[in-house]
Write a protein that binds this ligand. Structure first.
Ligand code: CMX
Ligand code: CO
Length: 146
């Protein structure tokens, strides 16, 4: 079951400048940053709020590490902006299989490693009314016992 908006992914040309915009304009601070070579991104997670399922919601600012990455290609075509939306679930394996069974293309055979050791997969934007959609199970147990 999808239980929250885990994050909104925003593509940018200069991660440091974009982080500074979000800090100076809204007061959002970097909660975590990393380079994910497999995804071809340098990223910063800005934590917006906790949620009642024990997870949290973030903005994920993404700068490509190479031009032929998903974000690099998208930026070259569209410029900066919202790149994807990510829904949180306690069971990315089960939920992505159920969605695949409905005829939506799931991009990975098995979930891959995402930010903060989460497990992630993506649904093809052409099967989701133009929205690149990510499913995320965070590394920390995200289901509170209530
Ligand atoms: N949102 C909506 N539509 C998108 C899109 C996006 N982010 N990215 C591509 N598309 C559309 C394109 O506009 C294009 O449409 P048209 O044919 O109508 O022009 C079509 O999808 C194909 O796009 P493309 O530029 O040829 O790109 P590819 O097919 O090579 O790749 C995709 C598209 C979705 C398979 C690829 O971006 C992908 O694998 N994404 C998942 C991984 C990812 O995004 N990683 C970065 C984030 C990591 C993280 O969140 O941790
Ligand atoms: Co993401």
């Amino acid at each position: 079951m999808l239980t929250r908006i885990d994050h909104i992914g925003i593509a940018c040309f200069d991660l440091d400048k974009t982080v500074e915009f979000y800090r100076a304009t809204y007061g959002f601070e970097v909660f975590h940053s990393e380079i994910n070579e497999e995804q071809g991104v340098r990223e910063a997670m800005l934590r917006i709020n906790g949620t009642d399922d024990g997870g949290a919601s973030y903005l994920q600012l993404l700068e490509p590490t190479r031009e032929d990455s998903a974000v690099g290609k998208w930026l070259a075509k569209n410029g900066e902006g919202v790149h994807h939306i990510a829904f949180g679930t306690a069971d990315v394996d089960g939920d992505s299989e159920a969605i695949r069974d409905k005829g939506v293309r799931v991009l990975y055979d098995a979930p891959r490693r995402g930010s903060m050791d989460s497990r992630i997969t993506f649904l093809h934007p052409k099967d989701c009314h133009g929205v690149l959609t990510e499913l995320v199970t965070s590394a920390a147990p995200d289901v509170a016992d209530h």
